[in-house]
Design a protein. Structure first.
Ligand SMILES: *Cc1c(COP(=O)(O)O)cnc(C)c1O
Length: 393
């Protein structure tokens, strides 16, 4: 017989990395409420609230908007398996870790994956995107709007316009942007957008919001053959959530409560105020980092993500030790780099809850102490520079 175990007591970390981000207290309260069954009318009221409010964050009038059971990668897998058929030419704009994951899922799906590569930290220009699409004439195009591994924003309007000229569908990974900055599904022309809930929506990981344009929906509804995945089959999910509420799988009820509350918090703040809070937090953070003598990884300020800030680890400094000290002495988590950028950058997230003056100052203070302990001489005070930005706002 195993021994009795004591009550769970998790450490209180302040999450300012690449995700998950901090959970809003109202979300935790929602999650403590008793569950109903997956066929209870109450659950469908909750999913209807979610549908309406997700549409605001997505910037869409799409009728088809729901949340897939699973994390952001589940949304990615759903988007690709439902819209890319084996043998299809699938053009992926690749400039980071998550673009590579899209290519990998495409490869496993049997697609003819064609990559258009840019260095990590840069994006394809409008002209590059357009000429690649007109040259390749793919069935489906994918790009990552907010690349969490590098901190860059890929504007997608010209890319979507070119894709539609050759009648291709566009899949966009909006995992990190949703809830933190305008996603603009409709204005951009994105056909399939997917996201997660543990970054900008201040929930724990477990759901993946997805939205389909009228054209994507038409293609889905016209599909005659069954696709190989059952769990992520959007036609079946549509029948469960929308149509006759036919059992498909037992929806993770508690996660839906969480997402509803996360979206309620956003509605209360106002989505535009929330975007502005992230923009301001970003400006203050960058001012602080630069005052300390650090260099942002994304050189063009116009394509920096407000909620995910990548900053270079100074030469000769052990970034892992800096992050460990921040965690152990300040209880703040930030992330390191991935792949090509491993040990070269810090990734500082201000997604949702953390994008506030006091949190940004606390982070800058902790980072300053941790960098000094590793032998880095900071130039000027980061907190003072950040305070100035807040004071002049
Ligand atoms: C986090 C992330 C994902 C994957 O989401 P998971 O929730 O970890 O499955 C996909 N794309 C981007 C851009 C991300 O930041």
């Amino acid at each position: 017989m195993p021994e009795k175990i004591s009550a769970l007591c998790s450490p209180k970390r302040f999450l300012m990395g690449a995700g998950p981000s901090m959970v809003d207290p109202r979300v935790y309260e929602g999650m403590a409420q008793p569950i109903v069954s997956h066929l209870d009318p109450f659950l469908f009221q909750v999913t209807e609230d979610i549908r309406k409010h997700l549409a605001v964050a997505f910037g869409t009038k799409n009728e088809f908007t729901l949340a897939i059971s699973g994390t952001g990668t589940a949304g990615m897998e759903t988007s690709i398996t439902n819209f890319v058929s084996p043998g299809d030419k699938f053009l992926v704009f690749a400039n980071g870790y998550f673009c590579d994951r899209i290519c990998e899922i495409g490869r496993r799906q049997g697609a003819n994956v064609v990559r258009f590569d840019k260095p990590w930290g840069e994006v394809a220009s409008d002209e590059e995107a357009r000429s690649a699409i007109l040259r390749e004439r793919p069935r489906v195009v994918a790009y990552v709007q907010a690349e969490t591994s590098t901190g860059v924003f890929q504007e997608g309007k010209a890319l979507c316009d070119a894709a539609h000229e050759v009648e291709a569908l566009v899949i966009s990974d909006v995992v990190t942007s949703l809830g933190c900055m305008p996603v603009e599904i409709d204005k951009t022309g994105i056909d399939i957008g997917f996201s997660c809930v543990q970054k900008g929506l201040a929930c724990p990981p477990g759901l993946s919001p997805i939205t389909l344009s009228p054209r994507a929906l038409e293609i889905l509804r016209a599909r005659e053959n069954d696709i190989r995945t059952f769990y992520f089959d959007l036609k079946l999910l549509d029948e469960y959530y929308k149509g006759g509420h036919r059992y498909h799988h037992t929806a993770p009820i508690t996660m839906f409560y969480a997402l509803r509350e996360g979206l309620a918090v956003i509605a209360e703040e106002g989505i535009e105020n929330r975007w502005e809070r992230h923009r301001l937090g970003h400006r203050a953070l960058v001012a602080g980092l630069e005052a300390m003598g650090l260099e942002m990884h994304v050189s063009d300020p116009a394509i920096r993500l407000p909620m995910l800030n990548t900053v270079r680890v100074p030469d000769g400094i052990d970034g892992t030790a800096v992050r460990a000290r921040l965690r152990d002495e300040f209880s703040i988590e930030i992330s390191g780099g991935f792949g090509d950028l491993a040990s070269k950058i810090f990734r500082i997230g201000i997604m949702g809850v953390p994008a506030q003056r006091e949190n940004i100052l606390r982070l800058l203070e902790g980072l300053e102490v941790s960098l000094r302990a590793e032998g880095y001489a900071t130039h000027a005070s980061g907190t003072e520079a950040a305070e100035k930005v807040y004071a002049s706002a």
